[in-house]
Design a protein around this ligand. Structure first.
Ligand code: SF4
Length: 177
């Protein structure tokens, strides 16, 4: 990566972190050889199902910034993942200042939703969002759907798709290179 791109990526990702905090993803895939060392680093590794081999989010090692970035065992997927917004900034298609205001906008929506979504056992925002949207698709007879909340949840998913390039509820953070 060019030095200026690296600097911009640093500024953007440090102000964001959403691909680490469980707001975009429920879990992250790891290579089989990375499971033990990732667990030793302190990641919550899942491995009982070969189709779901990785670690869950929110990442416990994200504390306002990644705390294992310089570790030799830093998972490859964490090093290589780039969302659409980051790619656009690096390509010069989106100015950094616009990207930063997109992040502010999405974080504002997340903050509004966070207080209203039903609580899930592992406190993963994406999981709570999915569960909420599914529950409003089949509301129990006595339940009233909060249409404003539902609209916000849907617009957040649109935002995820348009801005971050995450198309599906079941998208997972995958290695890109
Ligand atoms: S979601 Fe994109 S901009 Fe945000 S931290 Fe991840 S790669 Fe960086």
């Amino acid at each position: 990566m060019h030095k200026t791109d690296e600097l911009q990526a640093n500024i953007l990702c440090k102000s964001c972190g959403l691909c680490c905090t469980g707001h975009l993803f429920i879990w992250v895939r790891l290579k089989a050889v990375e499971l033990d060392r990732s667990q030793a680093l302190g990641l919550n590794v899942i491995r009982s199902d070969p189709r779901q081999r990785g670690f869950t989010q929110p990442c416990p090692l994200w504390q306002g910034q990644c705390t294992i970035y310089t570790s030799p065992d830093y998972p490859r997927v964490c090093r290589t993942y780039q969302c659409r917004l980051l790619i656009e900034v690096n390509n010069g298609d989106t100015p950094l200042k616009d990207a930063l205001s997109s992040i502010e906008q999405v974080k504002g929506t997340i903050r509004e939703l966070e207080t209203h979504l039903p609580v899930a056992s592992n406190n993963n925002f994406r999981e709570r969002l999915v569960a909420y949207i599914e529950s409003t698709e089949r509301p129990a007879r006595h339940e009233k759907t909060d249409s404003e909340l539902r609209q916000k949840a849907e617009s957040l998913l649109d935002f995820y798709e348009k801005v971050f390039g995450i198309k599906d509820l079941l998208d997972r953070l995958q290695e890109q290179r």
